[in-house]
Design a protein around this ligand. Structure first.
Ligand SMILES: C[S@@+](CC[C@H](N)C(=O)[O-])C[C@H]1O[C@@H](n2cnc3c(N)ncnc32)[C@H](O)[C@@H]1O
Length: 276
């Protein structure tokens, strides 16, 4: 478990980018190789790879690069999931698939950018939630979600992002049993059966900074800052850029199934597949 944050602060508080004296180098194993990454205090589990994250990485298959849509690490921290997703896609010779690393903590996003650059993973885009184009849809979502933001905010967060799965798309979430994995499973099953309201398709273009070069598309910044609990925000890219599903009208609801894998160390991996 990560050490507790300083009094009055949380790992999900907004922090400015780490200064040179705060940056710390770590050796970790991601996608089967030893890599060096940078972390810093003020970011979730900055001293080591979190146990839940490790469980997720061991339990789920590499992303299917042929599935329609982009790939998302929701609540990326310093980036272990996004970096692994991009390494897996590089192994599959699919560096063209964009991996979005999303967090409300600017310091985390800065670390992801540094780590992606260090590992030569130019398909990672680190962004605040409000900077992700609204029309973007995801074929794969991995998350060690921020349970500690509280149930209402967590539910709103998951509804917002899971409703952006492409049909057939899959999300894998790791949650500790003692932090409510089983009740989250029941809630997800009920919500996915009733159907989530589909996410808005339109808005303005984001300015999410890619690791190298400019983001395709143009326009004003859709907004910035911490958007606790919401993934459905203004912003749009072209349908080509976004992986948008043209048949997915705003009036439809997003249905799916959720299965639960029990792992060692008291974690559950909840796997959601969008069925329609
Ligand atoms: C449990 S940590 C996981 C971090 C990282 N994925 C890892 O495995 O080490 C959850 C992350 O979610 C972020 N977070 C909190 N609220 C969020 C929100 N509304 N939208 C996106 N990310 C959020 C936190 O800042 C934190 O980095």
């Amino acid at each position: 478990m990560a050490p507790p944050p300083p009094a009055g602060e949380h790992y999900f508080s907004a922090h400015a980018a780490a200064g040179p004296t705060e940056l710390q180098s770590r050796q970790v194993t991601l996608a089967g190789r030893e890599v060096e990454v940078m972390t810093a205090p003020g970011v979730f589990s900055y001293e080591h790879l979190d146990q839940g994250t490790e469980v997720l990485l061991r339990s789920v298959p590499a992303p299917d690069a042929d599935r329609e849509g982009a790939v998302l690490d929701l609540g990326c921290g310093w980036g272990p999931l996004a970096l692994t997703l991009a390494l897996d896609l590089a192994d599959a010779e699919r560096p063209d698939v964009t991996v979005w690393a999303v967090d409300v903590n600017e310091r985390a996003l800065d670390l992801v950018r540094r780590n992606a650059k260090r590992l030569g993973l130019s398909q990672i885009r680190a962004a605040l939630p409000a900077q992700v184009p609204a029309g973007l849809r995801f074929g794969t979502i991995w998350s060690n979600p921020p349970i500690r933001i509280g149930k209402p905010a967590l539910h709103a967060l998951l509804e917002g992002w899971l409703s952006r799965l492409t049909p057939g798309g899959t999300a894998h979430l790791v949650v500790a049993k003692h932090l409510g994995a089983d009740s989250l499973h029941s809630w997800l099953a009920a919500r996915l059966e009733t159907g989530l309201p589909s996410a808005p398709q339109t808005g303005r273009t984001s300015d999410a900074a890619p690791i190298h070069g400019a983001v395709a598309g143009s326009g004003a910044v859709a907004g910035s800052g911490a958007v606790a609990g919401s993934g459905a925000v203004a912003g749009s890219g072209s349908a080509e850029e976004s992986g948008r599903d043209a048949s997915d009208g705003d009036s439809t609801r997003v249905h799916g199934t959720v299965s639960r894998t029990t792992t060692s160390k008291g974690f559950r991996v909840l796997s959601i597949t969008r069925t329609r």
